[in-house]
Design a protein around this ligand. Structure first.
Ligand code: HEC
Ligand code: HEC
Ligand code: HEC
Ligand code: HEC
Ligand code: HEC
Ligand code: HEC
Length: 305
């Protein structure tokens, strides 16, 4: 009664509010359509790798030298360690004078996957990929820049978390499930002569690459790792074998062994095998058991060991 009389009044008060809400929704829809259209339009622009945003390391180097701290010391920042390590200089050119495929690992910032090789997460991207020039000059190369493994924020700060720069041209990153996965994007599957996969297994199967390797200088050592400073007395742990790398004896991957000239004749493991000219490659598939006959029957026949 009283209530039914009051209802029209309430509805009348709600009327303008409802109209305003509808109007706002319509305007928002309109804006959204325009924005979507613009994103679409932007995505159909060919992606040009010459427009890539460059590396983070070179900018950091410039910044660091401005604060001119000239004392030469043992590198202790990620930047200094990276500069001293192998990832700061990975530029290569293949025999045919190109490097566009090599750059997947040797210069990822300049690498553009073919449409067929685009990651699945990117099939929704509506852009056209301009094929990269067959050769990136050394002056424009970025090696394995910080940005390959870390996001960089707007101020140029390299963020500590590790990520994988999946499609450099659009700065698309992918999460990595482990540091090992990140390293293995490049340290397995090259399919190029002179390359062999790092196969981490055996005694060290549960370790990560950076349990042993410094994450930026990449150095690693069995003897100075805090794990094997003192070794049990065993036939191989003696002066006779001072020039034999641990992995040459402890490899469980069945690799060839022999002296490596580039290491002053130290005995190491070799990859390549029958498929190509053998080349030194340190085994990561290790076991406690050692077979003396591996070297002393076949490779050193004069020894009756
Ligand atoms: C899947 C990643 C990947 C691809 C693709 C790749 N490389 Fe490499 N390359 C590596 C890694 C990792 C190393 C270091 C290997 C090691 O020491 O175990 C390396 C090492 C090299 C070295 C020795 C480096 C030196 O300074 O001694 C050369 C030369 C080389 N690559 C050339 C090439 C060329 C040429 C191509 C293209 C035809 C190519 N690579 C493609 C990952 C790759
Ligand atoms: C090949 C991949 C790779 C590259 C390239 C790389 N980093 Fe790292 N970075 C790592 C890994 C792995 C860690 C250790 C992450 C962890 O402990 O979980 C790390 C850690 C860090 C951290 C945090 C821990 C620390 O040591 O201070 C910083 C900061 C960092 N990196 C900066 C840089 C900078 C700056 C560059 C370039 C000069 C760079 N990184 C290049 C892989 C990389
Ligand atoms: C984007 C590709 C890429 C990623 C990711 C990467 N590397 Fe490398 N790495 C290379 C290339 C290319 C070289 C060869 C450098 C050279 O000698 O020219 C190399 C060299 C090395 C070397 C020295 C090899 C030698 O023969 O002395 C070590 C050790 C190494 N990487 C370990 C790692 C570890 C550990 C990680 C993960 C934290 C990692 N790399 C991640 C591409 C990569
Ligand atoms: C000439 C071959 C040879 C070389 C080189 C060698 N080892 Fe060994 N190592 C052996 C033999 C043989 C044993 C005993 C195996 C067994 O117990 O069945 C052994 C045992 C071990 C063990 C298990 C016993 C222990 O001390 O806990 C470890 C760990 C080990 N070696 C690490 C290393 C490291 C690290 C290096 C390099 C600094 C190295 N080995 C170099 C032959 C070698
Ligand atoms: C148990 C410790 C350990 C772990 C784990 C480990 N490494 Fe190593 N790695 C070494 C040592 C030690 C060397 C040899 C250093 C030397 O004597 O020059 C080495 C050498 C290398 C080399 C140079 C190979 C060559 O033929 O010269 C590469 C590349 C490399 N490691 C990559 C990796 C990657 C990638 C991972 C993770 C998947 C990894 N390592 C995990 C200890 C380790
Ligand atoms: C990875 C290869 C390798 C393995 C495995 C190996 N050795 Fe050797 N061994 C060598 C080399 C290299 C020398 C030095 C030879 C030289 O200087 O002419 C050597 C030297 C020796 C010597 C000194 C006498 C000589 O011929 O110079 C003895 C004894 C010996 N090894 C015994 C063993 C025993 C026992 C085992 C198994 C526990 C073993 N070795 C495993 C490579 C190996």
């Amino acid at each position: 009664m009283n209530q039914t009389e009051r209802q029209p009044t309430a509805a009348a008060r709600l009327g303008p509010i409802r109209d305003a809400v509808i109007a706002i929704v319509l305007i928002a829809l309109g804006v959204a359509i325009v924005v979507l259209y613009q994103i679409e339009a932007a995505n159909t622009e060919p992606v040009s790798i010459s427009q890539n945003t460059g590396g983070a390391a070179s900018q950091l180097v410039r910044g660091a030298s401005e604060q001119a701290d000239t004392e030469a010391t043992v590198p202790d920042t990620p930047l200094d360690k990276w500069l001293a390590g192998p990832h700061a200089d990975t530029y290569v050119v293949a025999e045919d004078g190109t490097n566009s495929t090599c750059n997947r690992c040797h210069d990822p910032i300049n690498y553009v996957p073919s449409m067929a090789d685009m990651p699945a997460s990117c099939t929704v991207c509506k852009f056209e990929v301009k094929p990269p020039p067959p050769l990136i000059e050394q002056a424009n190369a970025h090696s394995v820049d910080c940005k390959v493994c870390h996001r960089v924020d707007r101020s140029g700060t390299v963020l500590a978390d590790v990520m994988w720069l999946e499609v450099a041209a659009i700065e698309q990153y992918a999460d990595v499930s482990s540091v090992n996965q990140l390293c293995q994007y490049c340290h397995t599957g090259a399919g190029v002569v002179g390359h062999a996969d790092i196969q981490l297994g055996g005694a060290h199967a549960d370790l990560t690459c950076i349990d042993c390797h410094d994450a930026h200088m990449m150095t690693a050592s069995c003897g100075a790792s805090g794990c094997h400073e003192t070794l049990a007395e065993a036939p191989g742990h003696d002066a006779d074998h001072a020039n034999v790398h641990c992995v040459a004896c402890h490899d469980a991957g069945g690799m060839d062994v022999g002296p490596d000239e580039s290491r002053g004749g130290q005995w190491v493991t070799f990859a390549g095998g029958d498929a190509e000219e053998p080349f030194p490659h340190l085994s990561h598939m290790l076991a406690r058991e050692v077979d003396c006959a591996r070297c002393h029957v076949e490779a050193l026949p004069e020894t009756d060991g």
